[in-house]
Design a protein around this ligand. Structure first.
Ligand code: PLP
Length: 347
């Protein structure tokens, strides 16, 4: 008689509603496919790729490209199938039985799942009423719970709120735990904690190609950290974890990052337009966002979600989730998509 591993039966798998939305504003993706020149370059490189060969064992070439760009070495870089795979690996490598993993809440729902998969105890620490981080409360929780890892999401998903870099530094220098900053949305914020890597060896920064760089289909992410951290994470990742097609796409996108500047500027303009118009709707609170999405609170949240859904617009409905009661999250789309949202909301 076989049964699932201890603890697995009560673990809830990540789940999102997948429908055939006409307008998809539920997953914080880039609203358009890659800039044509970038896509053409990827396809050209894929045409020349020998599909019969395993990829480079440890993605050395992409690690060198990324490391060099940050003034770091390839030995400071982890490459993964999305930053998701890397964050999970960090939990396996620095979590484990008898330790906890501390993170602010509400935040990315996967953190608790990664902690449990690694046999660590998840310790969510509530954000303040305006969804900002209370650093001392977080540090106290890390001390009291023997935290292997403190996971920060900056800017935070799904609230869109940010921690100023000084607050991140205060946390890093006040703890012996490994501090991982998930910077999935940093391109929209413009600020990063990468420069702290030269000063602290208990810090790691995770980045993704899935959001600003429009490569969600390929699954690619990276992490920057001290060599010793990178070596340890390497022990729990499978050899050849990232396939050659994804490595090719990620390397091309990284090299052509400038081609995304216009889209980032448009995202900012559209975010501000949505914020201004939605804030003026009676009964709606819009949280200040430094990302490509907005968190909105309204007593009518469920009605709003239904109305958007009826028009083929997909959003994330958190209205029944503890800590996010009455909230929905809307990804900033193209100007036309945002117009459709505004039209539906102001009915
Ligand atoms: C989207 C997202 C990720 C990871 O995405 P990948 O596609 O796995 O790189 C990580 N953290 C947060 C907060 C996200 O929103």
């Amino acid at each position: 008689m076989f049964t699932p591993r201890l603890g697995l039966e009560t673990l809830k798998a990540y789940s999102v509603e997948e429908s055939n939305w006409r307008i998809r504003l539920d997953a914080n993706e880039r609203p358009a496919d890659l800039p044509p020149a970038v896509k053409a370059k990827i396809l050209e490189k894929l045409a020349a790729l020998p599909f019969n060969r395993y990829p480079e064992l440890s993605a050395q070439s992409l690690k060198t490209t990324i490391g060099t760009d940050f003034g770091l070495a390839a030995a400071n870089v982890v490459i993964g199938n999305g930053s998701s795979e890397i964050l999970e690996a960090v939990c396996y490598a620095f979590g484990g039985a008898g330790r906890s993993i501390v993170y602010p809440s509400p935040s990315f729902s996967m953190y608790g799942i990664y902690a449990k998969l690694a046999d660590s105890r998840p310790v969510p620490v509530e954000l303040t009423a305006d969804y900002t981080v209370d650093a001392d409360k977080l540090l106290a929780a890390a001390r009291e719970n023997a935290a292997g890892i403190i996971l920060l999401c900056n800017p935070n998903n799904p609230t869109g709120t940010v921690m100023p870099p000084e607050q991140v530094e205060y946390i890093v220098k006040s703890t012996q735990s490994l501090v991982v900053v998930d910077e999935a949305y940093h391109e929209f914020y413009g600020k990063s904690s990468v420069n702290l890597l030269n000063k602290y060896t208990n810090l790691a920064i995770a980045r993704t190609f899935s959001k600003a760089y429009g490569l969600a289909a390929a699954r690619a992410g990276y992490l920057l950290a001290d060599e010793a951290i990178v070596r340890t994470i390497g022990k729990v990742l499978l050899p050849y974890n990232v396939n050659a097609l994804t490595l090719t796409a990620a390397e091309t996108v990284f090299g052509m990052r400038g081609a995304f500047a216009d889209s980032l500027a448009e995202n900012r303009r559209e975010r501000e337009r949505l914020t201004a118009v939605l804030s003026a709707v009676p009964g709606i609170t819009v949280y200040p966002s430094q990302t490509n999405f907005l968190l909105i609170k309204s007593e009518q949240a469920a009605v709003l979600a239904d109305r958007l859904s009826a028009r083929g617009i997909g959003i994330r409905d958190f209205s029944k989730v503890p800590g996010l009661l009455g909230c929905i999250r809307i990804t900033v789309g193209t100007p036309a998509e945002n117009d459709a949202v505004l039209e539906a909301v102001s009915l």
